[in-house]
Write a protein that binds this ligand. Structure first.
Ligand code: DP6
Length: 321
């Protein structure tokens, strides 16, 4: 018995950064994201017979996928989550899980979001076949379960807009559609994982007030998106990623994902927005790669904008930039 499943990544516009005490990735504040259908994790889950009864992970070989070398801690986190799902659904068999991303991993492209969503979703579909009573097609429930593996993955169950306040995410019914591009400035594995970042930010003096700031920005952003006040949304999104990165820079063991090249590009983008009074939404995740979101009707503008970055590797939702 074997299943293949894929799930998308997502980019947060109001970030999940900092957890409340206890297990299960409970966020300090609510977050909102846009789902990135073109950046996906593929999983294959297959029942195996194994002498030690332990589930195993291997990289999946598929065309167009990036080589995935999960470190032992990454494998453990992934397999522990699978173990939790088996326990929840009363599954005793042993499985081999293979996974691959169609984009570089661990560099601020939120690969844990798509990985854990694909694993949770795939496991649910597989176990539905073997023991039909075990799960419903309730995405809200799957989102809550996936959150326990990796918080940001709970938003990948809803597309294109998702809001995560507490236990799991919910869909948002905005009509606005976006084109996504990401300028890859770094594709190596990052030195500080986002799970570690969640811990360190709690030690920043700027964490005082962070929850209030994030909640206020969320309300402004939701209103700006629903009424398509593009520039206002841009200003909130811009402010939000700087807020998150300032937490990194000011934690007790400070760390930095932004490189000088990243900062130069961000300054150029800021100037361009001022000159033209228009531009893409700009955000960074826990990495130096720059995510751009263009209005659905701005594809020609997006293509022209990205000619500035011809020397960089750029991944877009519409194919070649
Ligand atoms: C910076 O979901 O990777 O991407 O719950 O510990 O697995 P864990 O963390 P993770 O955190 C992602 C944080 C972020 C912002 C976001 O996606 O909201």
């Amino acid at each position: 018995m074997k299943i293949s499943k894929s799930a998308p990544s997502n980019i947060a516009l109001i970030k999940y950064m900092g957890k409340v005490d206890g297990l299960g990735n409970k966020p300090a504040n609510a977050s909102v994201s846009y789902t990135l259908e073109h950046l996906r994790t593929h999983v294959e889950i297959e029942r195996i017979s194994s002498a030690n009864g332990r589930d195993q992970w291997q990289p999946l070989q598929i065309e167009g996928a990036f080589p995935l070398a999960l470190k032992p801690t990454g494998q453990e986190k992934f397999l522990n989550h699978f173990g939790r799902l088996k326990e929840k659904w009363g599954i005793k068999d042993t499985y081999l899980i293979k996974s691959a991303n169609n984009f570089p991993s661990d560099c601020g492209l939120a690969s844990s979001a798509s990985s854990f969503a694909a694993l949770t979703w795939g496991a649910a579909e597989l176990f539905q076949k073997t023991a039909p009573q075990n799960w419903g097609d309730d995405l809200t429930e799957l989102s809550r379960l996936s959150r326990q593996g990796s918080g940001s993955s709970c938003r990948s169950f809803f597309s294109p807009w998702a809001l995560w306040r507490d236990q799991g995410a919910e869909p948002l019914k905005f009509s606005l559609r976006l084109h996504h591009a990401v300028i890859i400035l770094e594709k190596d594995v990052k030195a500080v994982s986002s799970s570690e970042a969640h811990k360190r930010v709690l030690t920043s003096p700027r964490f005082q007030g962070r929850i209030k700031r994030a909640e206020e920005k969320l309300e402004v952003l939701l209103s700006a998106i629903s009424q398509e006040r593009w520039k206002e949304a841009h200003e909130v999104i811009w402010d939000e990623f700087w807020d998150m990165h300032e937490l990194f820079h000011t934690s007790q063991s400070p760390f930095r994902y932004m490189t000088s090249e990243c900062r130069e590009i961000l300054s150029w983008m800021e100037k361009k927005w001022k000159q033209e009074k228009h531009g893409p939404w700009i955000t960074l995740d826990a990495g130096p790669n720059i995510h751009l979101l263009f209005h659905n009707e701005d594809l020609a503008f997006a293509q022209k904008y990205l000619t500035e970055f011809n020397r960089h590797n750029v991944i877009t939702s519409w194919g070649s930039p």
